[in-house]
Design a protein around this ligand. Structure first.
Ligand code: NZQ
Ligand code: ZN
Length: 389
């Protein structure tokens, strides 16, 4: 097992009615707030008014940037960074799902530099030395952006969707109120749940040494999503279900489960190419890719990990040949995504064909090779995309 540093300095207010602490938390950073949000769901659920009231009560001056897109675009980031500069913003308040929080992270960093925020993502990988403080109010359980140091931004001009991780953009405070996710529809609940599972699967299936304790946590988190995602879809206002999904989303990606393992993710780099070119929902792309990737990578050398997954997560009968158990585990995952959660199971159903696969594979591999559970060449990645048709 490798050495590691555990440092997750995000203050979390979890549960209903915690927004009463919003004003006092924002006040710690100043008085001028840039509030960011997406296409309007926060107005429909009455959250916008609540947040505004709370901020007014505390004498905060609020500037607003709305319309942040799912798969957020660099233009929104540019706009937000400029607004911070023009209005001397002290703190950013992101209210929404992962897209809003991700974009806000790089507005906060962009506000502190003179260059284009896209330079954080392109080949320049501009250094991030500081960022304005960020507070988030999460409305969709999925990405874990509320408690991690990463974000993903799209540039439609170049067909790129690129992630960046930097501790300076960690939210200082995040509000996690499961009741705010009651309005998330069945489709987004399903996609968010797949995203949570994928964040865990990317670490669980890893060639670096395992730590038994962390594997148990991961299996527990996967079982939590398998249990509660279908309940949240049937009963959108089931607090227990929404709360379990929300806290799992944060812990799936806040660094805890890494335990010193180098990040070597496979499905995310492949999926980001799909949402870059076709603007599909991240979780849907992951659902289609993940079981195919598992199938493609399975061999005699790694079968024991699949057996562990099948038995401990899906309760597959352990008294069978390892290969049989492993394949049954993949089938159970497949059935969970496409039968239980009801997601579309192929790229063809989304109107996606082969035409960009070579380009997408090149980018997913960073022009070379995709290092992960099993190292994948560009030809391997193309084959996995083809399995998804
Ligand atoms: O824009 P609004 O009107 O708010 O509607 C959103 C959007 O249409 C809606 N929604 C959010 N909360 C709602 C709600 N609708 C009803 N009630 C609510 N309470 O849901 C739609 C999707 O929102 P979005 O923020 O795009 O979803 P998600 O949280 O899944 O974020 C996806 C983005 O995060 C990136 C993805 O690639 C994608 O760009 N990721 C970020 C990561 C990170 N920061 O670490 C890791 C992930 O792997 C992922 O790549
Ligand atoms: Zn993800």
């Amino acid at each position: 097992m490798n050495n590691f540093v555990y440092d997750i300095p995000v203050k979390v207010y979890f549960g209903e009615n915690q927004l009463s602490h919003l004003g006092e938390e924002l006040n710690k950073f100043g008085t001028r707030v840039l509030m960011t949000y997406g296409g309007g769901s926060i107005k429909k659920i009455g959250l916008y008014d609540k947040v505004m009231d709370e901020m007014k009560k505390h004498g905060l001056e609020v500037f607003e940037l709305s319309g942040i897109e799912p798969n957020p675009r660099i233009d929104s980031v540019r706009k937000g960074a400029q607004m911070c500069k023009d209005n001397n913003i002290d703190v950013l308040l992101a209210v929404g799902g992962g897209s809003t929080i991700d974009a806000t992270k790089f507005m906060a960093a962009g506000a502190c530099v003179d260059h284009d925020p896209w330079d954080f993502f392109n080949e320049k990988r501009a250094k991030i030395d500081k960022a304005l403080p960020i507070v988030s109010i999460l409305t969709l359980s999925a990405t874990g952006s509320e408690m991690d140091a990463g974000g993903v931004v799209s540039n439609p001009e170049t067909n790129d969707k690129i992630g960046r991780v930097d501790p300076h953009v960690l939210p200082k405070v995040s509000f996690l109120d499961p009741t705010l996710t009651y309005s998330v529809n069945q489709y987004q609940t399903a996609c968010g749940s797949v995203d949570i599972m994928s964040h865990i699967i990317e670490v669980y299936f890893n060639m670096e040494p395992d730590l038994f304790m962390l594997d148990c946590f991961m299996e527990g988190m996967l079982k939590t999503v398998v249990k509660y995602a279908p309940i949240a879809m049937k009963e959108p206002d089931n607090y227990e279900a929404r709360a379990n999904l929300m806290w799992t989303s944060s812990w799936a990606i806040n660094g805890f489960i890494n335990g010193g393992r180098a990040k070597a993710w496979s499905c995310h780099p492949m999926e980001h190419q799909l949402s870059a070119v076709y603007d599909i929902t991240h979780g849907l792309g992951l659902a289609i890719l993940t079981p195919r990737w598992m199938e493609y990578c399975l061999d005699e050398t790694n079968v024991s990990k699949y057996v562990q997954f099948a038995v401990n997560v899906f309760g597959v009968d352990a008294n069978q040949e390892p290969m049989t158990i492993a394949k049954e585990g993949i089938k159970r995952l497949y059935d969970f995504f496409f039968k239980t959660l009801g997601l579309k199971s192929t790229l063809t159903e989304l109107g996606i064909g082969k035409e960009h696969f070579a380009d997408m594979a090149f980018k997913a591999c960073g022009g070379k090779i995709l290092k992960g559970f099993k190292n994948l060449t560009q030809e391997d990645v193309i084959k996995i995309y083809e399995m998804c048709l």
